[in-house]
Design a protein around this ligand. Structure first.
Ligand code: 7TS
Length: 417
């Protein structure tokens, strides 16, 4: 595949070899992994970093006076600096480790939201959001009478920006995805953030689907909060990130209480630790945090811009070749150009239920995800209960999309009898 970006194209054969699981056949077929939007795979470098940590450096972190525990603490804190640099955060103290993006969003809602929002205050969301960026706000709407407003969509699944300023008027927060996990739509986050700030609202970016695939700079996005999960960017499960501007973190009350998040505890009260520790109650996922830094090292060594360009050319290839090959039986949801979308393609095919479809594809070794993708308001907008969704990453190439097309053609025959 040639690159029109001036960036050196990825050597996908070499990259695939970095991911042990991709070399394991499924029922005699090569594994065609097209479900990275749900969770990516991990390169050997990440597995080895975690193994090395457990084999050589593990002890519980903080408050320890022996060298091993100091090494563990240093490993965790150097990972925090690594994550801060990865998203362009001015200080590592602005990085809070959580268990996933869902917990990070709940932290924003339960800590910042409960402390700052009063009955009638407004949070603006979009119809593209994952339930993780909806339900915590619905819970606040129930418990604190917060009003939710929704930015709607154009028929091709982009945000309808026409009445955004009206929706933002008087709002306290805009919480918006960096990329739809269903349609791949990439909203104009920086523009939205500018408009939100002009209206006096803060901006939370759910970067779960965007950070793994595009360069993330919190300042360029205009974010006040940013969340993502480790497992979607070649890192381990069990670790997520919340970044927030330090003055916000300073002013927010702790979310979970327990060890590690206090300076002092008395019978009549407690004094929280400094940020970010006041948000990290209990033993943190230390090995996972170490693995996350190794994943970031791996992705940056490949080059995030090269990954973005590679995925864009794969998306172009899919948007052209799949309809060519499969004709009118295929309906692809979402924007039709790669300017407004990333490497996620949701589709309906030949009236076959997405669950049935994905089972037949699985018998060809092709992994796609069927269902509502935890985005039921978006499904209602699309007028469907479920879609089948294929998503790619740096270790996919056009042969994987061809394998998807072959398997879909077979599924059509299978269900036609
Ligand atoms: N936000 C977005 C945009 C997501 O795509 C997901 C997970 C989350 C938040 C929650 O991430 P978690 O790590 O806390 O679970 N999305 C998906 C998906 O599309 N299929 O499985 C998980």
């Amino acid at each position: 595949m040639s690159s029109s970006t001036g960036l050196e194209p990825l050597d996908v054969t070499r990259i695939k070899a970095d991911f042990p699981i991709l070399g394991r056949p499924v029922d005699g077929h090569d594994l065609v992994f097209l479900d990275s939007a749900a969770s990516s795979q991990r390169p050997t470098a990440v597995l080895e970093a975690m193994d090395r940590y457990y084999s050589e450096d593990h002890a519980n972190v903080h408050r320890a006076a022996y060298a091993l525990a100091e090494r563990a603490t240093n490993a965790m804190e150097s990972s925090r600096r690594r994550v801060a640099a990865f998203v362009g955060a001015p200080s590592a103290d602005e990085i809070v480790f959580t268990k996933n993006a869902t917990e990070s969003l709940n932290l924003v809602a339960r800590s910042w939201g409960v402390a700052n929002l009063r009955p009638g205050d407004v949070v603006v969301l979009t119809l593209l959001e994952h339930h993780a960026n909806i339900v915590p706000w619905l819970q606040l709407a129930e418990s604190h009478d917060v009003e939710l407003r929704w930015i709607g969509l154009t028929p091709d699944g982009r945000l309808d920006l026409d009445d955004v300023d009206d929706l933002l008027r008087g709002a306290s927060l805009l919480s918006v995805t960096g990329m739809s996990n269903v349609l791949g739509t990439v909203p104009p986050v920086a523009e939205l953030a500018e408009r939100a700030h002009a209206a006096g609202a803060l901006v939370c970016v759910d970067a779960c689907q965007s950070t793994p695939h595009t360069t993330t700079r919190v300042e360029d996005l205009g974010a006040d909060f940013l969340v993502f999960s480790g497992h979607k960017l070649c890192g381990p499960t069990g670790v997520g990130v919340l970044w927030a501007r330090s003055e916000l973190l300073e002013s927010m009350p702790p979310f979970l209480g327990g060890g590690g998040m206090i300076l002092d505890v008395r019978t009549d009260g407690f004094t929280p630790a400094a940020v970010p520790h006041k948000f990290e109650a209990g033993t943190p996922p230390i090995a996972e945090i170490v693995g996350l830094a190794a994943a970031i090292d791996y992705l940056e060594a490949v080059g995030i811009d090269r990954i973005t360009a590679h995925e864009r050319s794969l998306t172009e290839y899919a948007l052209e070749s799949l309809p060519d090959r499969l004709g009118d039986d295929l309906t692809i949801f979402g924007p039709t150009d790669t300017e407004h979308r990333g490497g996620i393609v949701s589709f309906a095919f030949a009236d076959i239920h997405p669950h049935d479809l994905s089972q037949v594809l699985d018998s060809h070794g092709v992994c796609v995800r069927p269902g509502h993708h935890c985005a039921k308001p978006l499904m209602r907008f699309l007028g469907v209960g479920a879609t089948a969704r294929a998503s790619w990453y740096l270790y996919n190439d056009t042969s994987d999309i061809d394998a998807l097309a072959d398997a879909l053609a077979d599924a059509r025959e299978f269900f036609a009898v």
